[in-house]
Design a protein around this ligand. Structure first.
Ligand code: PMP
Length: 288
C-alpha cells in the first residue's frame, strides 16, 4: 500500500495514521461491554464477559482468548488502575489492514479501557427522574434484520442518532419503538413500567436483553412480579411509574415520556433499593 495518509488536517504516513486502517472503524466490526466497578469489584463481570464473547461470535469475530483469560486481564486492569468506582470497557474488534468488507486475514483484536465514571444522569436523575421522547428518527430493527443480542458498535449508530435528537429537543434520552410500534428500549437501557399495579417490560426480542434487566427481574422486591409482553406505547403512556435499567444507568426513574408525566413512585424506589444493595460489595457473591 502507498505510504501516505491524511488525518486531522495534515498529510502523514500510514503508521502515524494507523487508526484509519482499522476495519472496525469503517464497517462497525466491533462488539464491547460496559461494566460498572463498585468499590473495586466489577459487578456481574462473568456475565458481561460471557456476553462479550457471545456478541463476538454472533457478528463472526473469532477471538483467541478464553473466558478465564479475559476475566483475569480485566481483574488485573481494575487492580492496576487503582480506581474504586469506575467504568470498564472491553472491546473486541477487527483490526486491519485489509479494508475489504470481507477481510478474513485481519486479526481480531481485544482491548480494554477503564475510567472514573460519574453517574450518567447525576444524583439529580436518580432523585427526580429523567425525561424520554419517542419522537426520534429511527426504530429498532426486527431480529431478522439486525443482530440485536450482540452488544455491537453498529447498534449504537441508531441509538446515538436518536439520543442526539432527543437531547436537542430538550429530553434526556430517546425511547425507541420497534418497527411494529411496540416499546423497545432507550439508547443504552431497558425499560419497565408499573401499570395498574403490575410490573411490565418488553419481551427481549429485537432489543438487548440487558444484564441489569435480568438481575432486576431475578431479584424483585417481595411480592412484586414482572410480566414480559409486547408493550404498547399507549400502555406505557398510562402507566403509574416507569424506570430504566442498564449497567451505566443502573435503575433510574423516568418522570416524563413525550407529554406523559409520571410520579417517582414507591415501586420504583423499592427496585432501586434492591439493586443498590446488590451492587454493594458484600453481596457480589450473588453473581454466580
Ligand atoms: N439496551 C441497550 C441498547 C444498551 O445499550 C444497554 C446497555 N448495555 C442496555 C439495553 C442495558 O444492558 P445492560 O443492563 O447489560 O447494561
Amino acid at each position: 500500500m502507498c505510504n501516505i495518509a491524511f488525518l486531522d488536517g495534515d498529510f502523514t504516513t500510514l503508521d502515524q495514521a494507523d487508526i484509519l486502517s482499522v476495519h472496525a472503524l469503517h464497517y462497525a466490526s466491533a462488539v464491547f461491554e460496559g461494566i460498572r466497578v463498585y468499590d473495586g469489584q466489577a459487578f456481574m463481570l462473568t456475565a458481561h464477559v460471557e456476553r462479550l464473547l457471545q456478541s463476538a461470535s454472533i457478528i463472526g469475530l473469532k477471538l483467541d482468548l478464553t473466558l478465564e483469560k479475559c476475566l483475569a486481564i480485566l481483574t488485573e486492569m481494575i487492580k492496576r488502575s487503582g480506581l474504586r468506582n469506575a467504568y470498564l470497557r472491553p472491546i473486541v474488534f477487527q483490526g486491519g489492514p485489509d479494508l475489504g468488507v470481507h477481510a478474513p486475514g485481519n486479526a481480531t483484536r481485544f482491548g480494554a479501557l477503564i475510567w472514573d465514571w460519574p453517574d450518567v444522569f447525576g444524583a439529580k436523575g436518580a432523585r427526580d427522574g429523567i425525561t424520554l421522547t419517542t419522537r426520534v428518527p429511527f426504530k429498532r430493527p426486527p431480529e431478522a434484520c439486525f443482530p440485536s443480542q450482540a452488544k455491537s458498535s453498529a447498534g449504537y449508530m441508531i441509538g446515538g442518532i436518536n439520543r442526539r435528537q432527543a437531547v436537542q429537543a430538550g429530553f434526556d434520552d430517546a425511547l425507541m419503538l420497534t418497527n411494529s410500534g411496540h416499546v423497545a428500549e432507550a439508547s443504552g437501557a431497558n425499560i419497565f413500567a408499573i401499570r395498574k399495579g403490575e410490573l411490565l417490560t418488553p419481551e427481549p426480542i429485537g432489543i438487548l436483553n440487558g444484564i441489569t434487566r435480568q438481575v432486576v427481574m431475578a431479584n424483585l422486591p417481595d411480592g412484586m412480579m414482572c410480566r414480559e409482553c409486547a408493550l404498547e406505547l399507549s400502555m406505557l403512556l398510562d402507566a403509574e411509574e416507569v424506570f430504566l435499567t442498564g449497567s451505566a444507568y443502573e435503575v433510574i426513574p423516568v418522570r416524563q415520556i413525550d407529554e406523559a408525566i409520571y410520579q417517582i413512585g414507591p415501586q420504583t424506589r423499592r427496585v432501586m433499593q434492591v439493586y443498590r444493595s446488590l451492587t454493594s460489595k458484600s453481596l457480589q457473591i450473588l453473581e454466580k
